[in-house]
Design a protein around this ligand. Structure first.
Ligand SMILES: NC(=O)c1ccc[n+]([C@@H]2O[C@H](COP(=O)([O-])OP(=O)(O)OC[C@H]3O[C@@H](n4cnc5c(N)ncnc54)[C@H](OP(=O)(O)O)[C@@H]3O)[C@@H](O)[C@H]2O)c1
Length: 338
Protein backbone atom coordinates (compact mmCIF):
# COMPACT_ATOMS: atom_id res chain seq x y z
CA UNK A 1 0.00 0.00 0.00
CA UNK A 2 1.33 3.42 -0.86
CA UNK A 3 0.77 6.87 0.64
CA UNK A 4 1.21 10.34 -0.83
CA UNK A 5 3.92 12.60 0.51
CA UNK A 6 5.82 15.74 -0.34
CA UNK A 7 9.46 14.74 -0.63
CA UNK A 8 12.64 16.79 -0.59
CA UNK A 9 15.67 15.24 -2.25
CA UNK A 10 18.89 17.22 -2.20
CA UNK A 11 22.59 17.07 -1.53
CA UNK A 12 24.35 19.36 0.90
CA UNK A 13 27.92 20.49 0.32
CA UNK A 14 29.53 22.54 3.10
CA UNK A 15 26.11 23.73 4.23
CA UNK A 16 25.08 24.69 0.66
CA UNK A 17 22.08 23.03 -0.95
CA UNK A 18 22.79 21.35 -4.32
CA UNK A 19 20.41 19.49 -6.68
CA UNK A 20 17.30 20.42 -4.70
CA UNK A 21 14.08 18.75 -5.76
CA UNK A 22 10.75 18.94 -3.95
CA UNK A 23 7.95 16.87 -5.46
CA UNK A 24 4.85 14.90 -4.60
CA UNK A 25 5.58 11.14 -4.45
CA UNK A 26 3.79 7.87 -3.75
CA UNK A 27 5.82 6.09 -1.08
CA UNK A 28 5.55 2.64 0.45
CA UNK A 29 5.23 2.12 4.20
CA UNK A 30 8.82 0.79 4.45
CA UNK A 31 10.02 4.32 3.61
CA UNK A 32 9.26 5.15 7.26
CA UNK A 33 11.24 2.18 8.65
CA UNK A 34 13.54 3.37 11.42
CA UNK A 35 11.69 6.66 11.94
CA UNK A 36 10.48 7.58 15.44
CA UNK A 37 13.27 5.91 17.41
CA UNK A 38 12.84 2.91 19.73
CA UNK A 39 9.14 3.34 20.49
CA UNK A 40 7.58 4.93 17.42
CA UNK A 41 4.01 6.07 16.99
CA UNK A 42 2.27 5.57 13.62
CA UNK A 43 -0.14 8.29 12.61
CA UNK A 44 -2.73 8.67 9.86
CA UNK A 45 -2.11 12.35 9.17
CA UNK A 46 -5.13 14.55 8.53
CA UNK A 47 -3.59 18.00 8.49
CA UNK A 48 -0.22 19.69 8.34
CA UNK A 49 0.60 23.34 7.71
CA UNK A 50 2.93 25.76 5.99
CA UNK A 51 5.15 27.71 8.36
CA UNK A 52 7.97 30.00 7.31
CA UNK A 53 10.40 27.14 8.03
CA UNK A 54 8.46 24.80 5.74
CA UNK A 55 8.73 27.47 3.05
CA UNK A 56 12.50 27.53 3.47
CA UNK A 57 12.80 23.72 3.32
CA UNK A 58 10.49 23.29 0.32
CA UNK A 59 12.22 26.07 -1.60
CA UNK A 60 15.67 24.52 -1.05
CA UNK A 61 17.04 27.18 1.29
CA UNK A 62 19.73 25.89 3.63
CA UNK A 63 19.37 25.37 7.39
CA UNK A 64 16.10 23.45 7.75
CA UNK A 65 16.25 20.09 5.89
CA UNK A 66 19.15 18.26 7.50
CA UNK A 67 18.79 14.87 5.84
CA UNK A 68 17.77 13.57 2.41
CA UNK A 69 15.38 12.27 1.29
CA UNK A 70 13.07 14.03 3.74
CA UNK A 71 9.31 14.35 4.11
CA UNK A 72 8.97 18.04 5.10
CA UNK A 73 6.35 19.53 7.41
CA UNK A 74 7.16 20.68 10.95
CA UNK A 75 3.52 20.21 12.03
CA UNK A 76 1.10 17.32 11.95
CA UNK A 77 -2.30 16.48 13.35
CA UNK A 78 -3.81 13.03 12.97
CA UNK A 79 -4.98 9.80 14.49
CA UNK A 80 -2.71 7.20 16.05
CA UNK A 81 -2.93 3.87 14.20
CA UNK A 82 -0.28 1.99 16.22
CA UNK A 83 2.01 2.88 19.09
CA UNK A 84 5.03 1.20 20.63
CA UNK A 85 4.85 3.83 23.39
CA UNK A 86 2.28 3.02 26.12
CA UNK A 87 1.28 6.70 26.49
CA UNK A 88 -0.58 6.54 23.17
CA UNK A 89 -3.13 4.12 21.75
CA UNK A 90 -4.85 3.65 18.37
CA UNK A 91 -7.64 6.18 17.99
CA UNK A 92 -5.90 8.96 19.95
CA UNK A 93 -6.03 12.28 18.13
CA UNK A 94 -2.64 13.95 18.45
CA UNK A 95 -0.74 17.05 17.47
CA UNK A 96 2.99 17.40 16.95
CA UNK A 97 4.75 20.70 16.32
CA UNK A 98 8.51 20.80 15.88
CA UNK A 99 10.54 18.28 17.83
CA UNK A 100 12.77 17.92 14.76
CA UNK A 101 10.15 16.64 12.29
CA UNK A 102 10.39 18.24 8.87
CA UNK A 103 14.03 19.02 9.65
CA UNK A 104 16.07 16.02 10.81
CA UNK A 105 13.18 13.52 10.80
CA UNK A 106 10.26 12.86 8.46
CA UNK A 107 7.43 15.33 8.94
CA UNK A 108 3.75 15.96 8.42
CA UNK A 109 3.33 16.74 4.71
CA UNK A 110 2.25 13.18 3.96
CA UNK A 111 -0.72 10.89 4.52
CA UNK A 112 1.29 8.87 7.04
CA UNK A 113 3.91 9.57 9.66
CA UNK A 114 5.99 7.60 12.11
CA UNK A 115 7.31 9.76 14.94
CA UNK A 116 8.76 9.67 18.42
CA UNK A 117 6.23 10.01 21.26
CA UNK A 118 8.47 12.50 23.05
CA UNK A 119 6.82 15.70 21.83
CA UNK A 120 3.43 14.31 20.87
CA UNK A 121 0.43 15.95 22.56
CA UNK A 122 -3.11 14.59 22.84
CA UNK A 123 -5.44 17.19 21.43
CA UNK A 124 -7.40 19.18 24.01
CA UNK A 125 -11.10 18.32 23.56
CA UNK A 126 -12.00 21.92 22.72
CA UNK A 127 -9.87 21.89 19.54
CA UNK A 128 -10.78 20.12 16.31
CA UNK A 129 -7.92 18.58 14.29
CA UNK A 130 -8.22 21.31 11.64
CA UNK A 131 -8.05 24.08 14.22
CA UNK A 132 -5.06 22.47 15.93
CA UNK A 133 -3.27 22.43 12.57
CA UNK A 134 -4.33 26.03 12.00
CA UNK A 135 -2.59 26.90 15.25
CA UNK A 136 0.45 24.77 14.35
CA UNK A 137 3.99 25.79 15.14
CA UNK A 138 3.26 29.47 14.52
CA UNK A 139 0.34 29.62 16.95
CA UNK A 140 2.11 27.44 19.49
CA UNK A 141 5.10 29.80 19.29
CA UNK A 142 2.83 32.82 19.77
CA UNK A 143 1.47 31.23 22.96
CA UNK A 144 4.99 30.45 24.22
CA UNK A 145 5.75 34.13 23.70
CA UNK A 146 2.62 35.18 25.62
CA UNK A 147 3.63 32.84 28.46
CA UNK A 148 7.09 34.47 28.44
CA UNK A 149 5.52 37.93 28.82
CA UNK A 150 3.38 36.68 31.70
CA UNK A 151 6.45 35.05 33.26
CA UNK A 152 8.20 38.42 32.97
CA UNK A 153 5.35 40.08 34.86
CA UNK A 154 3.91 41.99 31.90
CA UNK A 155 0.26 42.47 32.87
CA UNK A 156 -2.41 44.09 30.63
CA UNK A 157 -2.51 47.17 32.90
CA UNK A 158 1.27 47.71 32.54
CA UNK A 159 0.88 49.43 29.17
CA UNK A 160 0.92 48.78 25.42
CA UNK A 161 2.39 45.62 23.97
CA UNK A 162 3.93 45.56 20.48
CA UNK A 163 3.75 42.67 17.97
CA UNK A 164 5.94 42.71 14.83
CA UNK A 165 5.44 40.54 11.74
CA UNK A 166 1.84 41.19 12.63
CA UNK A 167 0.03 39.77 9.59
CA UNK A 168 2.11 36.56 9.61
CA UNK A 169 1.24 33.34 11.43
CA UNK A 170 2.98 34.05 14.77
CA UNK A 171 1.88 37.69 14.71
CA UNK A 172 -1.78 37.01 13.90
CA UNK A 173 -2.23 34.46 16.70
CA UNK A 174 -0.28 36.64 19.16
CA UNK A 175 -2.56 39.62 18.49
CA UNK A 176 -5.75 37.58 18.86
CA UNK A 177 -4.61 36.01 22.15
CA UNK A 178 -3.21 39.23 23.67
CA UNK A 179 -6.39 41.14 22.84
CA UNK A 180 -8.52 38.38 24.34
CA UNK A 181 -6.42 38.59 27.52
CA UNK A 182 -7.05 42.33 27.77
CA UNK A 183 -3.75 43.75 26.46
CA UNK A 184 -3.65 46.90 24.36
CA UNK A 185 -1.84 45.72 21.21
CA UNK A 186 0.13 47.74 18.66
CA UNK A 187 0.78 45.83 15.42
CA UNK A 188 3.91 46.50 13.35
CA UNK A 189 3.33 45.51 9.72
CA UNK A 190 4.62 46.12 6.22
CA UNK A 191 1.04 45.84 4.97
CA UNK A 192 -0.84 48.64 6.76
CA UNK A 193 -3.07 49.41 3.76
CA UNK A 194 -3.66 45.85 2.65
CA UNK A 195 -4.07 44.15 6.05
CA UNK A 196 -4.99 47.02 8.38
CA UNK A 197 -8.64 46.03 8.63
CA UNK A 198 -7.69 42.38 9.24
CA UNK A 199 -5.26 43.32 12.02
CA UNK A 200 -7.80 45.58 13.73
CA UNK A 201 -10.36 42.80 13.50
CA UNK A 202 -7.93 40.43 15.26
CA UNK A 203 -7.59 42.97 18.05
CA UNK A 204 -4.83 45.45 17.19
CA UNK A 205 -5.64 48.86 18.68
CA UNK A 206 -2.86 50.66 16.78
CA UNK A 207 -0.96 49.96 13.56
CA UNK A 208 2.59 51.05 12.76
CA UNK A 209 4.51 50.72 9.51
CA UNK A 210 7.44 48.37 9.79
CA UNK A 211 9.53 50.88 7.81
CA UNK A 212 9.70 52.92 11.05
CA UNK A 213 11.55 49.99 12.68
CA UNK A 214 13.74 48.92 9.77
CA UNK A 215 16.79 51.08 10.58
CA UNK A 216 18.70 50.99 13.86
CA UNK A 217 17.82 53.97 16.07
CA UNK A 218 19.34 55.36 19.29
CA UNK A 219 20.23 52.88 22.04
CA UNK A 220 17.53 54.29 24.32
CA UNK A 221 14.34 55.73 22.85
CA UNK A 222 11.03 57.00 24.21
CA UNK A 223 9.43 54.35 26.45
CA UNK A 224 6.49 52.93 24.52
CA UNK A 225 6.03 49.25 25.35
CA UNK A 226 5.41 47.20 28.46
CA UNK A 227 6.37 44.19 26.37
CA UNK A 228 6.72 42.85 22.86
CA UNK A 229 6.53 39.78 20.64
CA UNK A 230 8.96 39.97 17.75
CA UNK A 231 9.08 37.83 14.60
CA UNK A 232 11.50 40.05 12.69
CA UNK A 233 14.83 40.15 14.55
CA UNK A 234 17.52 42.59 13.31
CA UNK A 235 16.85 46.35 13.57
CA UNK A 236 13.16 45.78 14.34
CA UNK A 237 13.96 43.87 17.52
CA UNK A 238 16.74 46.33 18.41
CA UNK A 239 14.29 49.25 18.17
CA UNK A 240 11.61 47.44 20.16
CA UNK A 241 14.15 46.78 22.93
CA UNK A 242 15.21 50.44 22.89
CA UNK A 243 11.57 51.54 23.26
CA UNK A 244 10.62 49.10 26.01
CA UNK A 245 9.67 50.51 29.38
CA UNK A 246 11.48 49.75 32.66
CA UNK A 247 11.18 46.10 33.65
CA UNK A 248 9.49 45.10 30.39
CA UNK A 249 9.93 41.78 28.58
CA UNK A 250 10.36 41.22 24.86
CA UNK A 251 10.02 37.74 23.37
CA UNK A 252 12.25 37.01 20.39
CA UNK A 253 10.60 34.46 18.08
CA UNK A 254 11.90 34.96 14.57
CA UNK A 255 14.16 36.43 11.93
CA UNK A 256 11.88 37.64 9.12
CA UNK A 257 14.03 40.79 8.78
CA UNK A 258 17.35 39.17 9.71
CA UNK A 259 19.17 37.01 12.23
CA UNK A 260 21.40 39.84 13.41
CA UNK A 261 20.65 41.92 16.50
CA UNK A 262 22.31 45.35 16.28
CA UNK A 263 21.63 46.52 19.83
CA UNK A 264 23.53 47.63 22.92
CA UNK A 265 23.32 46.61 26.58
CA UNK A 266 21.60 49.91 27.44
CA UNK A 267 17.98 48.67 27.50
CA UNK A 268 19.09 45.82 29.76
CA UNK A 269 21.30 47.66 32.24
CA UNK A 270 19.47 51.01 32.39
CA UNK A 271 15.86 49.88 32.07
CA UNK A 272 16.03 46.30 33.29
CA UNK A 273 14.50 45.02 30.06
CA UNK A 274 14.41 41.24 29.62
CA UNK A 275 14.93 39.57 26.25
CA UNK A 276 13.18 36.21 26.35
CA UNK A 277 14.20 33.61 23.75
CA UNK A 278 11.49 31.37 22.32
CA UNK A 279 12.29 27.96 20.86
CA UNK A 280 9.19 26.01 19.94
CA UNK A 281 11.10 23.03 18.53
CA UNK A 282 12.46 21.70 21.81
CA UNK A 283 9.81 23.01 24.22
CA UNK A 284 9.42 20.46 27.02
CA UNK A 285 6.38 18.17 27.15
CA UNK A 286 5.15 20.08 30.27
CA UNK A 287 5.41 23.45 28.52
CA UNK A 288 3.69 22.00 25.44
CA UNK A 289 0.75 20.76 27.49
CA UNK A 290 0.47 24.15 29.21
CA UNK A 291 0.63 26.08 25.93
CA UNK A 292 -1.99 23.88 24.19
CA UNK A 293 -4.33 24.18 27.16
CA UNK A 294 -3.96 27.97 27.07
CA UNK A 295 -4.52 28.05 23.30
CA UNK A 296 -7.73 26.08 23.83
CA UNK A 297 -8.93 28.62 26.41
CA UNK A 298 -7.51 31.96 25.21
CA UNK A 299 -7.51 31.96 21.40
CA UNK A 300 -10.93 33.01 20.02
CA UNK A 301 -11.79 30.21 17.59
CA UNK A 302 -13.80 32.38 15.22
CA UNK A 303 -10.73 34.58 14.75
CA UNK A 304 -8.55 31.51 14.22
CA UNK A 305 -10.94 30.34 11.49
CA UNK A 306 -10.86 33.76 9.86
CA UNK A 307 -7.05 33.86 9.75
CA UNK A 308 -6.82 30.33 8.24
CA UNK A 309 -6.79 29.18 4.63
CA UNK A 310 -6.77 25.52 3.57
CA UNK A 311 -4.80 24.05 0.67
CA UNK A 312 -4.39 20.51 -0.69
CA UNK A 313 -1.11 18.59 -0.48
CA UNK A 314 -0.12 19.44 -4.04
CA UNK A 315 -0.49 23.16 -3.25
CA UNK A 316 2.43 23.24 -0.82
CA UNK A 317 5.11 24.06 -3.39
CA UNK A 318 3.43 27.29 -4.54
CA UNK A 319 2.53 28.21 -0.97
CA UNK A 320 6.20 27.85 0.05
CA UNK A 321 7.17 30.53 -2.48
CA UNK A 322 4.35 32.78 -1.28
CA UNK A 323 5.26 32.61 2.40
CA UNK A 324 8.91 33.40 1.65
CA UNK A 325 7.75 36.38 -0.41
CA UNK A 326 5.80 37.68 2.63
CA UNK A 327 2.51 37.36 0.75
CA UNK A 328 0.71 34.94 3.06
CA UNK A 329 -1.66 36.27 5.71
CA UNK A 330 -2.26 34.36 8.92
CA UNK A 331 -2.12 30.59 8.79
CA UNK A 332 -2.15 27.95 6.08
CA UNK A 333 -3.51 24.49 6.83
CA UNK A 334 -2.65 21.61 4.49
CA UNK A 335 -5.37 18.98 4.17
CA UNK A 336 -3.13 16.05 3.24
CA UNK A 337 -6.09 13.86 2.32
CA UNK A 338 -7.15 16.28 -0.47
N1 LIG B 1 11.39 30.48 17.62
C1 LIG B 1 10.60 29.57 17.14
O1 LIG B 1 10.46 28.47 17.67
C2 LIG B 1 9.81 29.89 15.91
C3 LIG B 1 8.60 29.23 15.65
C4 LIG B 1 7.83 29.65 14.56
C5 LIG B 1 8.32 30.65 13.73
N2 LIG B 1 9.53 31.20 13.97
C6 LIG B 1 10.04 32.30 13.15
O2 LIG B 1 9.18 33.40 13.37
C7 LIG B 1 9.05 34.15 12.17
C8 LIG B 1 7.58 34.23 11.81
O3 LIG B 1 7.10 32.94 11.46
P1 LIG B 1 5.67 32.80 10.74
O4 LIG B 1 5.41 31.36 10.56
O5 LIG B 1 4.72 33.68 11.44
O6 LIG B 1 6.05 33.44 9.31
P2 LIG B 1 5.13 34.32 8.37
O7 LIG B 1 3.72 33.86 8.42
O8 LIG B 1 5.83 34.35 7.05
O9 LIG B 1 5.18 35.77 9.06
C9 LIG B 1 6.32 36.57 9.04
C10 LIG B 1 5.89 38.02 8.95
O10 LIG B 1 7.03 38.85 9.17
C11 LIG B 1 6.85 40.08 8.48
N3 LIG B 1 8.04 40.32 7.64
C12 LIG B 1 8.38 39.73 6.47
N4 LIG B 1 9.53 40.26 6.00
C13 LIG B 1 9.94 41.19 6.90
C14 LIG B 1 11.03 42.09 6.98
N5 LIG B 1 11.96 42.14 6.02
N6 LIG B 1 11.11 42.91 8.06
C15 LIG B 1 10.18 42.89 9.03
N7 LIG B 1 9.10 42.06 9.01
C16 LIG B 1 8.99 41.23 7.96
C17 LIG B 1 5.58 39.92 7.63
O11 LIG B 1 4.50 40.50 8.36
P3 LIG B 1 3.87 41.90 7.91
O12 LIG B 1 3.49 41.73 6.47
O13 LIG B 1 2.72 42.10 8.83
O14 LIG B 1 4.96 42.93 8.09
C18 LIG B 1 5.36 38.43 7.58
O15 LIG B 1 4.01 38.10 7.40
C19 LIG B 1 9.92 33.45 11.13
O16 LIG B 1 11.19 34.06 11.11
C20 LIG B 1 10.02 32.03 11.66
O17 LIG B 1 11.17 31.37 11.21
C21 LIG B 1 10.27 30.84 15.05
Amino acid sequence: MTFRAALIEQTLERGRVQDHEATLKDLTQDFLDGAGGDAPVDIAVHYSGINYKDGLALAGKPGVARTSPLIPGIDLVGEVTASADPSFAPGDVVVLTGGGIGEAAHGGLAERARVSAKYLVKLPEELSPRRAAAIGTAGFTAMLAVLALEHGGVRPEAGDVVVSGAAGGVGSVAIAVLNQLGYQVTAVTGRVQEQGEYLRHLGAAELLDRKDFAEVGPALQKRRWAGGIDSAGSATLANILSQTDDGGTVASCGLAQGHDLPTTVMPFILRGVTLAGINSVTATPELRAQAWARLASDLPLELLDEMTQEIPLDGVFDQAEQILAGQVRGRTVVNVTR
